[in-house]
Design a protein around this ligand. Structure first.
Ligand code: GDD
Ligand code: MN
Length: 381
């Protein structure tokens, strides 16, 4: 297994030399079962960070350097990730800071979790054993805490705790290789991490949070400012909105299905089909319409393709649709019994809005197109 640490640097001349030494001389030798590499992505730091790396490269063959224009942190990471995957053949990449706020001693914990089967390892400050700097002023602590809480609720990840950490490992196969790295939000800022996190966790099966003490920055000053915080909130809201778009599409497709259902009942009755068969065929046509439009539009990024897959999923889709029918035929009559037959339309509306639609949406996301993973299934350890 080849693990590449991607370390962006901007004016880290005082940190990068010691960091390289600690990693290669002390930490990497402790790691068994993985070939460790370090890729520094330096944005032509004026303080000569790049030259220090070049010098050390003569001593350490597993040390690599990418240099380029300063385009911001997200682009530095994306450049590094692509290079690590394509040129270095990485099996996993680690995101890590150069300024010793991420103690190099945690690298082995993170890599071990990966070797034990994790797809995504989060160096977490908010799990037992982890911490943020004691010396941070209260408002910086509050900012970090509430930012994480906001992300946790909005992105609906009740099992996870640190969404903005800069210390993470991602498996390449099946995960990072499938993330569209060129179209992340807020690539110039720290906030890109939230979008990267969200897209990554859609692809991962096993996420592990490893506790880290986030150290105080000793040399130079942090590049994290107020603007970064605003951008982070914005990113979380935008991700949420993008997800809600799906809900709107789902609603429209459902409405089309309803129209198809109604129109074809009339059509089939016109051509003298019996009531039962008219309803049966029309309902099936509505189910086909729902399946097709949701596949092509609502869940286009998870499009089911290939005749075999489509047939198999369509069968499942019919089963879950039958579930909706069962819900309706249980709670419909029950509701009518409760409030009286004159309110049948209301009962139907309530049952559809509060039970059938949520049920369908849940089934589509969990069973059919699998955009959600069961958030309560324990996947962290
Ligand atoms: N190449 C490149 N280009 N590197 C950069 C750039 C850039 O534009 N901006 C920052 N870096 C490098 C720094 O040199 C450092 O190695 C790392 O990215 C993190 O930058 P810091 O300035 O030290 O960030 P921080 O300490 O404020 O933020 C850390 O904590 C945040 C959460 O509290 C980072 O780990 C963030 O990712 C994290 O969200
Ligand atoms: Mn830092």
């Amino acid at each position: 297994m080849k693990v590449v640490i991607i370390m962006p640097s901007y004016n880290e001349a005082t940190n990068i030399g010691p960091m390289i030494k600690v990693l290669f001389d002390e930490e990497f030798p402790k790691i068994k079962g993985a070939e460790m590499h370090l890729l520094v992505v330096d944005d032509n730091s004026p303080d000569g960070t790049g030259n220090i790396v070049k010098k050390e490269m003569q001593k350490y063959p597993n040390l690599h350097l990418l240099q380029g224009e300063k385009q911001g942190l997200g682009w530095a990471y994306v450049r590094g990730m692509k290079y690590a995957m394509k040129e270095l053949g990485a099996d996993a990449v680690v995101e890590m800071d150069a300024d010793f706020q991420h103690d190099p001693k945690y690298v082995k914990d993170v890599v071990k979790a990966f070797l034990d089967g994790a797809d995504y390892v989060i160096g977490s400050r908010y799990v037992k054993g982890g911490s943020i700097p004691k010396g941070w002023p209260w408002y910086r602590k509050a900012m970090s805490y509430f930012g994480n809480l906001f992300a946790k609720v909005m992105l609906w990840k009740p099992g996870l705790h640190d969404f903005t950490t800069g210390f993470r490992l991602t498996r390449v196969k099946g995960v990072l290789e499938k993330v569209d790295l060129d179209h992340l939000m807020e690539m110039k800022r720290f906030a890109h991490k939230l979008d990267l996190f969200y897209r990554t966790t859609k692809l991962t099966k096993k996420i592990v949070e490893v506790p880290i003490d986030f150290k105080e920055r000793t040399k130079d000053s942090s590049k994290f400012v107020f603007k970064e915080m605003i951008a982070s909130y914005k990113t979380v809201v935008l991700i949420r909105l993008k997800e809600s778009q799906r809900l709107i599409k789902f609603g429209l497709v459902g409405f089309v299905g309803f129209v198809v259902n109604y129109v074809f009942i009339r059509v089939f009755r016109q051509i003298n089909l019996s009531e039962t068969f008219a309803w049966l065929f029309a309902t099936e046509l509505a189910i086909i319409s729902n399946f097709a439009w949701n596949n092509l539009w609502t869940f286009s990024e998870k499009k089911i393709a290939g005749v075999k897959n489509i047939v198999a999923k369509f069968v499942t889709f019919n089963v879950t649709s039958a579930g909706a029918l069962v819900i309706q035929s249980i709670f419909g009559p029950l509701g009518v019994k409760l409030v009286g037959e004159q309110y049948t339309v209301l009962v139907l509306a309530f049952v559809v809005a509060l039970m059938v639609l949520p049920y369908n949406y849940l089934m589509y996301n969990l069973v059919i197109w699998k955009t959600w993973k069961n958030p309560f299934k324990k996947k962290t350890s």
